[in-house]
Design a protein around this ligand. Structure first.
Ligand code: ZN
Ligand code: ZN
Length: 202
């Protein structure tokens, strides 16, 4: 599909463009389009951050967060399309790892294998284990950056360990919700699209 035909990637591009000149909302460093796109995927499109501040805020190593987000974008047309356009804008080949965020040494050695030391809670098929939910939210057709932005606000309003049942009908949620949960550290207890049960991190 051509980017101009895809409303979700056009909306995403508009969000990146709107945040382009703002700089990192934490350290004021310049942020490139890739970093703004990372921020949007983490639910922080309204206050974009450089990748270092983003990683610090999530308590994750910078390279790990960066590589996870890049992997996630490979599975999502809307993000992938904008990623390629930002590559071109910054003068990098469409599908390459852009040198604004990857060093030449990293590229010649390939990207680190990641996740090895990470404990990941795999979603369960057994809904009985979920127990009580503290909040129920139907996000309707919300997609891409809007969904995770609103989800972040919902999760932050919950006490640690509390659970949210989310209904998200956009097909992209199948990829976005597990990736977002993994990167933010919230536990995705179960997933039966369009329903997702997420437990706030302690
Ligand atoms: Zn920063
Ligand atoms: Zn960049």
């Amino acid at each position: 599909m051509n980017a101009t035909d895809d409303p979700s990637s056009a909306q995403l591009q508009a969000k990146v463009d709107a945040a382009r000149s703002r700089g990192c909302s934490v350290c004021n460093a310049d942020t490139c389009g890739h970093e703004i796109l990372f921020s949007i995927a983490m639910g922080l499109g309204h206050q974009p951050q450089c990748v270092s501040c983003l990683a610090r805020g999530m308590g994750r190593p910078r390279r790990q967060l960066r590589d996870h987000l890049r992997d996630h974008f490979r599975h999502r047309d809307c993000y992938g399309e904008v990623w390629r356009r930002e590559n071109e804008r910054e003068g990098f080949a469409g599908d390459s790892l852009p040198q604004c965020l990857w060093s030449a040494a990293e590229m010649s050695h390939g990207v680190d294998p990641h996740c090895a030391s990470e404990t990941i809670t795999e979603p369960s098929d057994e809904l009985a284990v979920i127990g009580q939910v503290a909040d129920v939210w139907d996000a309707g057709e919300m997609a891409c950056g809007d969904l995770v932005l609103a989800l972040r606000t919902r999760m932050n309003a919950l006490p640690p360990g509390a659970r949210l049942k989310l209904t998200a009908r956009d097909q992209g949620a199948v990829e976005d919700i597990p990736a977002w949960s993994r990167m933010t550290g919230h536990a995705l207890l179960a997933q039966r699209h369009p329903h997702y049960w997420i437990q706030r991190k302690e």
